[in-house]
Design a protein around this ligand. Structure first.
Ligand code: ZN
Length: 83
């Protein structure tokens, strides 16, 4: 998987997309519950960020490959289930 800077920047200006984290494909089915396959490029990963001060899960995320920004509409459920 190439993580060139060009790729990261290529899609950055596109509109935010709303997704349900629970419906995304997990990047590694036996690994982290947080990592999801990017539904935009299918190559990148959504890692789920944490607020550095409150440690709460962030409701907004960026694909590390294409740079697409996503909003998790089920962020409250994620915080309950994933902590
Ligand atoms: Zn992507």
């Amino acid at each position: 998987m190439a993580l060139s800077k060009d790729k990261f920047l290529s899609n950055k200006g596109s509109p935010v997309k709303r997704v349900r984290h629970s419906e995304l494909e997990r990047f590694d089915p036996v690994g982290s519950l947080f990592k999801s396959v990017c539904p935009e490029c299918q190559d990148g990963i959504l890692l789920v960020q944490r607020n550095l001060e409150t440690l709460e899960l962030e409701g907004i995320d960026n694909c590390i490959h294409c740079g697409q920004t996503f909003v998790y509409v089920d962020i409250e459920d994620m915080r309950r289930v994933l902590g």
